[in-house]
Design a protein around this ligand. Structure first.
Ligand code: MEV
Length: 424
């Protein structure tokens, strides 16, 4: 099976879903699936990852269906605690399929390393002296990581910026632009900056203070676009046109108001972070990059845009930094993360970034569609109702029955759940 459309997945048992996934993508082995059953790592393995370990903390892992990215079907693993997110992404991906799915692109995986140079007598002179030595400095940085170089990565550029009015007076900032290929890149970039520091000091006569990568990874951008046929947006009493215009008006709100943009972008990050976490990547880095990028024009705004094409179809775009890797860190050592990468069949970090940005766009549309029509609570209510039914003692098929009746009655309370349960 090569499609990401699996009918009835929602209603299958846990084991049934696992079997379906294994069948969907041949390379997934029993140990891969086992990593998801157990959570992936033992406390002993965790003890080697961070300090003062006392145990483990699990999150649910769900699979988003229906995604087609650049013409290829993909099942997307999502790790998060919030209900409605996986269902929302899957449903929007289904609508997007009718318009060809998601078209996604990435820049080269260029990360920025920063070196802060203080105690410089003449900032302008020092800046030009660094540029005069640029070729030598880049060659030095390039020689640090032969493996990365073998795979086509390495130092690409050097830029010097002057800050002449900081709280400590003037200083220089040297940016090292580094192609990190399939790595997240923090280690490679930090190592390169530390290696260049003495040379920068010798050239400038100053002192290199901080040497660290920037999470505003604005040279490493992922972009996704989708077209949703206006007809497919219609549901209940809402016409396709009204849903489309509602989504566009909701986007306009986020475009102009930072208070709304923060929540709008949070909805995007619901999708983005959950795939980032499932693949063992650093979601704080992605969050930092996303929000810093959202303010790149001087005011905090939406990372996505929504409008229409000449035929009146809904068109969405999303553009954001995406510093994710597939070869190092937790992605490499965490079997559950390895299984997630395998499930998506990605061979490069850029392919992973293209899927993640597509999921972010789908998630954003799910939120805007709900907010612009029936409101967010209805979808939440049915999931909440299932939790209330379970709390009232419902098990197996009873859960769905009790929840459905409470939603139909618009009374989602434990006492009502208990009554319905008795009557079954
Ligand atoms: C909730 O996790 C995310 C939303 O608030 C996003 C949005 O408002 O666009 C629903």
């Amino acid at each position: 099976m090569t499609t990401s459309r699996i009918s009835g997945f929602y209603n299958m048992t846990l084991d049934g879903r696992r079997a379906k996934i294994a069948e969907a993508l041949a390379p997934l082995t029993p140990p891969d699936l086992g990593a998801w059953t157990s959570g992936g790592i033992s406390a002993e393995a965790a003890d080697h990852m961070i300090e003062n370990v006392v145990g483990m903390h699990s999150l649910p892992l769900g699979i988003a269906l229906n995604f087609m990215v650049n013409g290829k079907d993909v099942l997307v693993p999502m790790t998060l605690e919030e209900p409605s997110v996986v269902a929302g992404a899957s449903f929007m991906a289904k609508l997007a399929r009718a318009g060809g799915g998601y078209q996604a692109t990435t820049t080269d995986p260029l990360m920025i390393g920063q070196m802060q140079v203080i105690n410089v007598t003449n900032l302008n002179e020092a800046k030009l002296k660094i540029y005069e030595q640029k070729a030598e400095l880049l060659a030095e940085a390039d020689s640090i990581d032969p493996i990365l170089k073998k795979f086509g990565g390495g130092a690409r550029d050097l830029e010097v910026r002057i800050f002449d009015n900081s709280p400590i007076g003037g200083f220089l900032v040297v940016h090292l632009i580094y192609d990190v290929r399939d790595a997240m890149g923090a280690n490679a970039v930090n190592t390169a900056c530390e290696r260049l520091a003495p040379k920068i000091e010798a050239i400038t006569g100053g002192k290199v203070h901080l040497r660290i990568l920037s999470n505003l990874a604005d040279r490493r951008i992922a972009r996704a676009r989708c077209t949703i046929p206006v007809k497919s947006l219609a549901f209940d009493n809402f016409s396709g046109e009204s849903v489309r215009d509602g989504i566009i008006a909701a986007y306009a709100f986020a475009a102009v108001d930072p208070y709304r943009a923060a929540t709008h972008n949070k909805g995007i990050m619901n999708g983005v972070d959950s795939v980032v976490i499932a693949t063992g990547n650093d979601w704080r880095a992605i969050e930092a990059g996303a929000h810093a990028y959202a303010v790149k024009n001087g005011h905090y705004t939406s990372l996505s845009t929504w409008g229409k094409d000449t035929e009146g179809n809904l068109v969405g775009t999303l553009e954001m930094p995406m510093a994710v890797g597939i070869v190092g860190g937790a992605t490499k050592v965490h079997p559950a993360a390895q299984a997630a990468v395998k499930l998506m069949g990605v061979k490069t970090a850029n392919e992973l970034a293209e899927i993640i940005v597509s999921v972010g766009l789908a998630q954003n549309m799910a939120a805007l569609r709900a907010l612009a029509t029936e409101g967010i609570q209805r979808g939440h209510m049915s999931l909440h109702a299932r939790q209330v039914a379970i709390a009232a003692g419902a098990t197996g098929e009873q859960v769905e029955k009790v929840a459905a009746q409470m939603v139909a009655e618009k009374v989602v309370r434990i006492d009502r759940a208990e009554e319905i349960l008795k009557s079954l």
